[in-house]
Ligand binder design. Structure first.
Ligand code: HEC
Ligand code: HEC
Ligand code: HEC
Ligand code: HEC
Ligand code: HEC
Ligand code: HEC
Ligand code: HEC
Length: 388
C-alpha cells in the first residue's frame, strides 16, 4: 500500500513536470520575436504558388549538398592535366565522388565533392569539408564550354586545394551558417564553421527578413487577410528595394562591418559595408555588381521607378527570353530615335538587350581550360544600360 502511494506520488510529480515543461515549450513557441526565423518549410502552407514556383529560381539552388551526383557532370571520365606528370581526375568511388591528384601515376591526394556552389546556370564550383574547414576544389564546371576547367583565380601550374571557403561566400550563396571565426582586428585567425548549421540555398527569409512572428500571427488568425509582422516591399523606397538585392549584388570587394545574414529589407546596406564604391568612383564588374552597373545608367538616374524587380521576378525562373525583357524597355521607351542604320537591324523591335545590355567578359573571373594557352572569358550581361 505504502509502496503504491509512493509510486502514485512520483507519477503525479512527473505528470506535473511534463505539463509544466510542455507549457514552457508552448510559451517559447508563442513568443516569436522580430528576429525569429520560421524556416522555409513553413511558408508553403499559406504561399503555395510562390513556394512552388521558387523551386525553379536560381537563388533556391545557389548552394546544394551533393547527394546523388546531380550537380556533377560525370558524362565523360575527366582528367585535367597540369603537365605530363601531374593531373587531377574526377572519380566516382563508394564514399562519394572525388577530385584526385596523381603524380607520375601515383595517387597523392583525394578530396570529396561535398557541396556545389552556384545553381549551374553559368557554373558550379565545389567545396569539400575537412573537419570544420571548408575548401574549394581545383576544378569547376562551366556551362559556357560545357566542361571542366581550373577554378577561377587558382594557380594553373599545379592543383590548389588550399583555397578556404569562408562564411562570406555562404552569406551570398546560402541562408545561414554559424561561423566560428574569431577575428583579431582585421586579421582572421580561424575559418572554422559549424557544418551542421548550414542552411543551403537562399530561402524566403533571406529576402523577406525573419518571419517567425508573421507565421505565428497568421496561424492563430486565419481570417486575417492583410499581412502582419513582415516587411512590406510595396511600402519601401526605391533605394531600400535595390539595397535588399544589393546586399548580395554589389560585389565582394567592400569591407564588411557585420554579417549580412542579419540583413532585413528596409535596412540601408551602408550599415553592413564600410563603403560601396559608386559607378563613378570605380569601374564596376559585370560579375556580382549588377547594382552599381544599373545605378550608372541613365534609365536609373533619370527615372525614379526603375529597379531590379522592374525586369526580374524574384520567385520565378528568369528564363532568358530577351523579347520579354525587351517589353520592359518598351514600357518606358515607346518612341525611340534610332538612326536609319540601326533601324535596319532585324532585332531592333524585339531584342533591345543584345545592343544595350551586351554580354561582357568579367574582369575578375576567367577560367583556364587544360592545354589551352589563353584564358577563357566569363561572359555576363552588362547592367549599365547604354549606347555601346
Ligand atoms: C498561416 C499562414 C501563413 C504562413 C505560414 C506564412 N504566411 Fe506570409 N502571409 C500570410 C497572409 C494571410 C498574408 C497576406 C495576404 C497575402 O499577401 O498573401 C501574407 C503575406 C506575406 C507577404 C507579403 C507582404 C506584402 O508585401 O504584402 C510576405 C512577403 C510573406 N507573407 C512572407 C512569408 C514567409 C517568408 C513565410 C514563411 C517563413 C510566410 N509568409 C508564411 C499568411 C502566412
Ligand atoms: C542572399 C543573397 C542574395 C540576395 C538578397 C539577392 N540575390 Fe540575386 N543572386 C544571388 C546569388 C548567389 C545568385 C547566383 C545564383 C546562382 O547560383 O545561379 C543570384 C542570382 C540572381 C539572378 C540570376 C539568376 C536568375 O534568376 O536568372 C538574378 C536575376 C537575381 N539574382 C536578382 C536578384 C534580385 C532582383 C534580388 C532582390 C529582390 C536579389 N537577386 C537578391 C544572391 C542574392
Ligand atoms: C531574391 C529575393 C526573394 C526571395 C528569395 C523571395 N522573395 Fe518574395 N518577394 C521579393 C520581392 C522583391 C517582392 C516584391 C515584389 C514587387 O513588389 O514587385 C516579393 C514579394 C512577395 C510576396 C507578396 C507579393 C506577391 O507576389 O504575392 C509574397 C507573399 C512573397 N514574396 C513570398 C515569398 C515566399 C513564400 C518566398 C520563398 C518561397 C519568397 N517570397 C522568396 C523577393 C524575394
Ligand atoms: C557579395 C555576394 C557574393 C559572394 C561573397 C560570392 N558570390 Fe558567387 N555569385 C554572386 C552573384 C550575385 C552571382 C550571380 C551572377 C554573377 O556572376 O554576377 C554569383 C555567381 C556565382 C557562381 C555561378 C553560378 C551560376 O551558375 O550562375 C558561382 C560558381 C559562384 N558564384 C561561386 C562563389 C564562391 C565559391 C564564392 C566564395 C569564394 C562566392 N561565389 C562568393 C554573389 C556572391
Ligand atoms: C522605368 C523606365 C525605363 C525603363 C524600364 C528603361 N529605361 Fe531606358 N531610359 C529611361 C530614361 C528616363 C532615360 C533617360 C532619357 C533622357 O535622358 O531623356 C533612359 C535612357 C535610355 C538610353 C539612352 C542612354 C544614354 O546613355 O544616352 C537607352 C539606350 C535606353 N534608355 C535603353 C533602354 C533599354 C534597352 C531598356 C531595357 C533593357 C530600358 N532603357 C529600360 C527610362 C527607362
Ligand atoms: C531593364 C531590365 C533589367 C533590370 C532593371 C535589371 N536587370 Fe538583371 N538582367 C536583365 C537581363 C536582360 C538579363 C539577362 C537575362 C538572360 O540572359 O537570360 C539580366 C541578368 C541578370 C543576372 C544574371 C547574370 C547575367 O549577367 O546573366 C543577375 C544576377 C541580374 N540580372 C541581377 C539584377 C539586379 C540585382 C538588378 C537590380 C540592381 C537587375 N538585375 C536589374 C535585365 C535587367
Ligand atoms: C542593333 C542594335 C540596337 C537595337 C536592337 C536597339 N538599339 Fe537602341 N540604339 C542603338 C544605337 C546604336 C543607338 C544610338 C542612336 C543610333 O545610332 O541609332 C540607340 C539609341 C537608343 C536610345 C536613345 C535614343 C532615344 O530615343 O532616346 C534609346 C532610348 C534606345 N536606343 C532604346 C532601344 C530599345 C527600347 C530597343 C528595343 C526595342 C532598342 N533600343 C534596340 C542600337 C540598338
Amino acid at each position: 500500500m505504502k509502496r503504491k502511494g509512493r509510486l502514485f506520488l512520483v507519477l503525479s510529480i512527473i505528470a506535473v513536470l511534463v505539463i509544466l515543461f510542455s507549457q514552457c515549450m508552448d510559451a517559447s513557441k508563442m513568443k516569436a520575436t522580430e528576429t525569429s526565423i520560421a524556416g522555409a518549410k513553413t511558408c508553403v502552407q499559406c504561399h503555395k504558388d510562390i513556394s512552388n514556383s521558387y523551386l525553379n529560381n536560381a537563388h533556391f539552388a545557389a548552394s546544394t549538398p551533393i547527394e546523388n551526383n546531380n550537380q556533377i557532370n560525370l558524362g565523360t571520365d575527366y582528367v585535367y592535366e597540369y603537365d605530363k606528370n601531374l593531373k587531377v581526375a574526377i572519380e566516382k568511388r563508394d564514399s562519394g565522388t572525388f577530385q584526385v591528384v596523381y603524380f607520375n601515376g601515383h595517387e597523392k591526394l583525394a578530396r570529396r565533392f561535398d557541396i556545389a556552389i552556384g545553381s549551374g546556370k553559368n557554373a558550379y564550383t565545389y567545396a569539400s569539408w575537412r573537419g570544420n574547414i571548408l575548401s574549394q576544389l581545383p576544378l569547376s564546371f562551366f556551362k559556357q564550354i560545357n566542361g571542366w576547367a581550373n577554378s577561377p583565380g587558382m594557380r594553373t601550374s599545379s592543383p590548389d586545394f588550399g583555397r578556404i571557403i569562408d562564411s562570406r561566400c555562404l552569406e551570398c550563396h546560402s541562408s545561414f551558417i554559424e561561423s566560428k571565426k574569431e577575428s583579431n582586428g582585421s586579421l582572421i585567425v580561424s575559418h572554422e564553421m559549424l557544418k551542421s548549421s548550414l542552411v543551403y540555398g537562399i530561402d524566403c527569409e533571406r529576402c523577406h527578413g525573419p518571419a517567425g512572428k508573421h507565421v505565428e500571427f497568421h496561424l492563430k488568425n486565419p481570417d486575417k487577410k492583410d499581412a502582419k509582422f513582415i516587411a512590406l516591399y510595396k511600402t519601401l523606397t526605391r533605394k531600400q528595394r535595390v539595397d535588399a538585392c544589393g546586399v548580395c549584388h554589389s560585389g565582394n570587394d567592400a569591407e564588411l562591418l557585420k554579417s549580412t545574414f542579419s540583413f532585413k529589407p528596409g535596412e540601408d546596406i551602408k550599415e553592413y559595408y564600410a563603403h560601396i564604391s559608386s559607378s563613378q568612383e570605380s569601374q564596376p564588374d559585370v560579375h556580382g555588381q549588377q547594382n552599381q552597373m544599373l545605378e550608372g545608367s541613365k534609365c536609373f538616374t533619370k527615372s525614379n521607378s526603375l529597379e531590379c524587380s522592374t525586369c526580374h521576378s524574384p520567385h520565378d525562373q528568369n528564363k532568358g527570353s530577351l523579347t520579354l525583357y525587351s517589353k520592359k524597355c518598351i514600357s518606358c521607351h515607346s518612341t525611340i530615335e534610332h538612326t536609319q542604320k540601326t533601324l535596319e537591324s532585324a532585332m531592333v523591335k524585339t531584342n533591345c538587350i543584345d545592343c544595350h545590355m551586351p554580354l561582357k567578359p568579367s574582369k575578375v573571373i576567367s577560367f583556364q581550360q587544360a592545354g589551352k594557352s589563353e584564358v577563357s572569358p566569363y561572359m555576363l550581361r552588362s547592367h549599365r544600360i547604354a549606347i555601346y
